[in-house]
Every structure is written in structure tokens, then in C-alpha cells.
Design a protein around this ligand. Structure first.
Ligand code: ATP
Ligand code: 6CM
Ligand code: CA
Length: 584
């Protein structure tokens, strides 16, 4: 008998099944009275959530009938409702009956052992941060009603912190003891994710003795995984890495220990780290939308639609110099019409490139040779002019508002970002560009739009182009923007200069928010500057240097599964090529 293999008859209700546990799969096939096989259900062991003695239910509430010949298996079940192509996951549950208690114990023992063997990244202990004010303010309810019961079922212990102020989660991760935790879960939106990202990256560099302020340093990848339970307004990072915004689906990805590496862009100004970004670093239109939307927080998620319309009507473009370092064009292109899907070959090739210097121990996390990266070598390209917007994204940045995203062919973990330059154009042209984000039409196929796959970007203002700000509304000039925001923070005595922008949410620091939109309304003077929108935060500087760090963090996710490859996966898994790839 193959090790770990188990086969026997089991009953579900009054139907008999032939159940087989092989190394990778747990299958049960209905057998009719003439011993003919009927329907088979096949679940990869990696997608089994838990195995319980007796007849058990956990959602909507826990019910246990402790019978000694029964056991219950919980597993991931794909749902196609709402056109989600199987990306929406539900908790499947089957209660099996055995002819004897001995056989029942054999089944539960084998299944539990198989889970341990085949899912090495399943978390045991998680640190959970809940932002009670994110999105529609449902974070706490979502966690307690949907997520906590699943964690309990999977035997995950969690330490839960409901935040009382902005940046509490970041500060906790930077300073407190994290021993024993496998990952950090963020219940909130992109802003809350950003806090976790900053805390974990900062902590990892502190412990590795690396200076985050130096853009040439190869940063150490974080060893703790991040799980996102979407409860914000945009939830772009969740959407782009899971494919749906659904707390139960995300909780299941965490519980089964999925792992998706993610590129991170560091943003620097004058030898100091300003911020990290994963979804969008945008100047011009997206910066103005964010600045405007901060005044309408009370509208909730709708504030972006309202502000988007207002900013569009203000019809502005901004002068700037953009310099970029192109990525290797032989590896991929932002216009190659591919999508970064689960198991993406472009990202896998990058993993080999990024981590080819394995240490003696074989650890992925102590892999770099030199502290300084050769990634910034190459020929820089420089362009100057007036832009509607300049955006840099490390991934597609798809979200419900834009299902294919800012750059549909961008990759989650290839060590590059896509730079999108939208040159000044007429209002109708720009509307066309924006509108194409909401459809499948190519937003880059317009004469005033350029897209480049890059490793690093610099942006500065042309020295002679600064205009007088509007006096009535107090629009700020370049110098003023910087002065009004800079704050120096000292972390554990080290000289870190992380700008405290704090323009999101209640409880943030009181600071002046740049609102160039007002000038567009009250006078004909266009403001001199826009602001940078960095994953939903307004940055305090206009001149920036940013660089992409390949696979700096890992999420409990697996990227977007290919709907076509998933066909009738939950029933006929042998036919599903993608699952086989995953399990290799
Ligand atoms: N207890 C708190 N009080 C006030 N602000 C908080 C608190 N906890 C976290 N924050 C801040 O709230 C900001 C917004 O939160 P979050 O991202 O969860 O929701 P959102 O803005 O509605 O969603 P999105 O970022 O997806 O647009 C975050 O930047 C975070 O720093
Ligand atoms: C006329 C139709 C106009 C439609 C315009 C559609 C364009 C949509 C592109 C959406 C790109 C989202 C990028 C993600 C940004 C997030 O990091 C950030 C934090 O949550 N969100 C915003 O800044 C929120 C700001 C979102 C800007 C719209
Ligand atoms: Ca990327």
C-alpha cells in the first residue's frame, strides 16, 4: 500500500461511496446498487480546511453531534455565482459515516497527517489587526462572524487587535514581540494593508541591519505572510491578488496557507524613504482625485466616484520630467496582452533570477550576496512635458471599478512595474482613456498614452515651470508642499525619515491636505502642482525616486486562477491541469 493511501466504503446519508485518499487528493465516488461508479467529488488535500470527529457544522453557527462512527470534512468549494468564474470560494462540508469507530479513527488520522504533509505553509498562529473604521465600518463584524469560526476550525490561534488610531498596527509591527507568529492579518482596506506592509518591511530591515532610506540597498524579504480580509473602500490589493472581494474567500486562502509573492515599490525623496507602494503611485489625475476625496470621506466608498467626476471636469495637466530605467524587454511587455495568473511563468522565472544566490541552508530569506543591488544599472530614458497623469504600478491594480486594472498585463511578482504616461490631451481623449479602464478596450492604444515596463522611476519638476499658487484657496507651491508635510520619525534610535503623511481616516495627524481641485473652480489659475497618490496616501513630496523590489512580501493568496482551466474542477479534478501544476 502506498504510504498515506487509504481506501474504503463510506456513507453520506444513505448513499454509499468509495472513498480514496492518495497523497494529493481525497476523492469519493458514489457507487450504485449494481456497484457502478457515479459522480466523483475530488478535493486536493491542500484545499481541505479541517477534519472533525462527529457530525459538525460551523457556519452560520457551530453545531456538534459527537457520534463515534462519523467524521466531517470541510474543504474549499468553488462557486460560480455572480460571474466569478470559480474565484469565489465557499466552505464545503461533507459528513461521512463509517461502519466502525476504528475505521473512522483511521480516516481522521490519515487525513490530518496528509494535511500537515501537503500544506507546509498553513498558519498556526496569526496576529490580526481590525480597522473598525475602514470602508463601511464592518471590519469587526466580518471578522467575528466569518473569519474567526474558520480559524477555530483550522486550529489557528489568533491574537486580535482592534485598532484605536491610525498607524497603531504599523507601530506594533515595528516594535513589539512577533515571535511565534506565522503571519499578520489585516481586516480593512488598502490603507490598512499599507500600514501592515510598512510595519513588516521596516521590522525586517531593522532586524537585518539594512537601511531603508538607501534606494540602492537590496531589501530583505519579509518572512511573515500577510493575509487581507477585505473591509475597505477600494480593496485593490485583495482584488488584484485573489480576483474577488469576499471575506470568506480570503479567509480560506489564509487558512490553507496559500502563498503569493508581491513586488513592492519604494518611494524616496532626498535620501530618505517616503513610502512603499504596491498598487498605485500616481501623480496628476489620481493624486487630485485622492486629495479631493479626502474632503468627502463621509460619502464612504462613493467619494472616489464623486471626486473623480469633479477632478475630470477641472481638466488639468501638469508639467514634469520623468526618467525611467526600462526592464528587460525580452522577458515581458506591458502590451503583450497576457495576464498574470496563478502559477504565472513570468513571475516564476523572476523568482529564479531574484533568488538564485541560495545560502548554504537553502533559505529563501537570506539569499542576497551583496547589500547593494545591480538592478539600477542600465540606460535611463528621460521625457519632459505636460501630463494628465503619471502612474506607476507594480501589479495590474484591478479593482471592481476597473476589473482589468491600471495595467492589465502587469505581473504581481516579476520585479518590475508599469509606468503609464498620459500626455496632455483634450477632455474627450482623456475621458476615453479613463472609460477604457472600465471595459476590455486597450487603454494604451491611444496616441497620447505610453506604457513602459520599468525597474525604477524618477520624477521632478522642470525648474522654470513652477506657477504661482491660487491665493484664495491656498493652493501650495512646490516648496510649501514639502515644508507642510515633512516630519522626522525616529525608530528605535535609528535615523529613519519616514514621512508621516496621515491624510486618511479619523484619528490621523492633523495636517494640511493639498487640494488643487479648488483652484480649478474658483479661478482660472491652474495650481502649480498635483500631489502623489501612493496607494491611497498623499505624499509630502513632488520630486521622488522610486524603485521596484521584486517579491519583497508574501500574501496568503495564490493570484487569479484561470477560469477556463477550472472548468468542472471540483468534480473531476483529474481533468484539471492547473491543480496538478499547483500540487507539483
Ligand atoms: N482606529 C483607527 N482610527 C482611525 N484611523 C484608522 C484606525 N485604524 C486604521 N486607521 C487608518 O484608516 C485608514 C483607512 O483605512 P482602510 O484602508 O481600512 O479603509 P478605507 O480607506 O475605507 O479603504 P481603502 O484604503 O481600501 O480605500 C488607514 O490608512 C489606517 O491607517
Ligand atoms: C469616466 C469614468 C472614470 C472611471 C475611472 C476609472 C479609473 C479606475 C482606475 C482605478 C485604479 C485603482 C488604483 C488603486 C488605487 C489604490 O491604491 C488606492 C487605495 O485604495 N485607491 C485610490 O487611490 C482611490 C482612487 C481611485 C481613482 C479612481
Ligand atoms: Ca510587478
Amino acid at each position: 500500500m502506498e504510504s498515506g493511501r487509504l481506501e474504503s466504503s463510506l456513507w453520506v446519508g444513505n448513499k454509499r461511496y468509495r472513498a480514496v485518499l492518495t497523497g494529493w487528493h481525497f476523492n469519493w465516488t458514489e457507487v450504485d446498487k449494481k456497484n457502478r461508479d457515479k459522480k466523483t467529488i475530488s478535493v486536493p488535500v491542500a484545499e481541505v480546511v479541517g477534519v472533525e470527529d462527529g457530525r459538525v457544522e460551523i457556519l452560520p453557527q457551530k453545531l456538534v453531534e459527537d457520534t463515534d462512527k462519523d467524521f466531517t470534512v470541510f474543504y474549499v468549494k468553488r462557486s460560480s455565482s455572480g460571474g466569478s468564474s470559480g474565484l469565489l470560494w465557499r466552505l464545503g462540508r461533507t459528513q461521512f459515516s463509517c461502519p466502525s469507530r476504528v475505521l473512522r479513527d483511521q480516516w481522521t488520522k490519515h487525513l490530518r497527517t496528509a494535511l500537515k504533509t501537503h500544506s507546509p505553509l498553513r498558519p498556526h498562529k496569526l496576529l490580526v489587526f481590525i480597522n473598525p473604521f475602514g470602508g463601511k465600518r464592518k471590519g469587526r463584524k466580518i471578522y467575528h462572524s466569518v473569519v474567526a469560526p474558520l480559524f477555530e476550525l483550522a486550529g489557528i490561534s489568533s491574537h486580535v487587535i482592534v485598532t484605536e488610531r491610525a498607524n497603531q498596527a504599523r507601530d506594533h509591527l515595528l516594535k513589539k514581540d512577533l515571535a511565534g507568529f506565522d503571519g499578520v492579518v489585516c481586516v480593512g482596506g488598502d490603507g490598512m494593508f499599507s500600514e501592515i506592509l510598512h510595519g513588516l518591511i521596516g521590522r525586517t530591515q531593522q532586524e537585518a541591519g539594512l537601511c531603508e532610506n538607501d534606494p540602492t540597498v537590496t531589501l530583505e524579504p519579509c518572512s511573515l505572510h500577510i493575509g487581507i480580509i477585505p473591509a475597505g473602500s477600494t480593496d485593490c490589493v485583495c482584488y488584484a491578488t485573489v480576483g474577488v472581494i469576499d471575506p470568506l474567500t480570503s479567509a480560506l486562502h489564509i487558512v490553507i496557507g496559500d502563498s503569493q509573492p508581491l513586488d513592492v515599490c519604494s518611494v524616496h525623496h532626498a535620501s530618505a524613504l517616503v513610502h512603499y507602494s504596491v498598487s498605485m503611485l500616481g501623480y496628476g489625475f489620481y493624486g487630485d482625485v485622492l486629495a479631493e476625496s479626502e474632503k468627502h470621506r463621509w460619502m464612504g466608498p462613493l467619494r472616489y466616484d464623486f471626486s473623480g467626476t469633479m477632478v475630470y471636469l477641472s481638466n488639468r495637466s501638469y508639467a514634469g520630467i520623468v526618467q525611467y530605467l526600462p526592464a528587460d524587454p525580452l522577458l515581458s511587455s506591458p502590451r503583450d496582452k497576457t495576464r498574470c495568473l496563478s502559477g504565472c511563468s513570468v513571475c516564476s522565472r523572476s523568482t529564479e533570477k531574484l533568488f538564485h544566490h541560495f545560502s548554504d541552508s537553502g533559505s529563501l530569506y537570506s539569499s542576497h550576496f551583496s547589500q547593494y543591488s545591480s538592478d539600477l544599472e542600465g540606460d535611463w530614458v528621460s521625457v519632459e512635458g505636460k501630463f494628465r497623469c503619471v502612474s506607476l504600478t507594480c501589479m495590474s491594480s484591478s479593482c471592481p471599478r476597473s476589473p482589468l486594472g491600471l495595467s492589465p498585463s502587469a505581473h504581481l511578482a516579476d520585479g518590475t512595474g508599469d509606468l503609464i504616461l498620459v500626455w496632455d490631451t483634450n477632455p474627450l481623449g482623456f475621458l476615453k482613456f479613463l472609460y477604457r479602464h472600465t471595459s476590455t478596450q486597450d487603454q494604451f492604444d491611444l496616441p497620447f498614452v505610453e506604457v513602459h515596463r520599468v525597474k525604477a522611476v524618477r520624477f521632478c519638476l522642470p525648474s522654470d515651470k513652477e506657477e504661482e499658487p491660487c491665493e484664495k484657496t491656498g493652493g501650495l507651491s512646490g516648496d510649501e508642499v514639502e515644508r507642510s508635510y515633512v516630519e522626522t520619525e525616529s525608530r528605535n534610535g535609528s535615523q529613519q525619515h519616514l514621512a508621516e503623511t496621515g491624510t486618511r481616516g479619523e484619528g490621523t495627524n492633523e495636517q494640511k491636505t493639498v487640494s488643487p481641485f479648488l483652484c480649478g473652480l474658483c479661478c482660472s489659475k491652474t495650481p502649480a502642482l498635483s500631489v502623489w497618490n501612493c496607494d491611497g496616501e498623499i505624499l509630502p513630496f513632488t520630486d521622488i525616486f522610486s524603485r521596484i523590489h521584486g517579491q519583497l512580501v508574501r500574501l496568503y493568496a495564490r493570484g487569479i486562477e484561470d477560469g477556463a482551466a477550472l472548468h468542472s474542477c471540483s468534480e473531476e479534478c483529474d481533468k484539471c491541469e492547473r491543480r496538478c501544476i499547483l500540487q507539483k
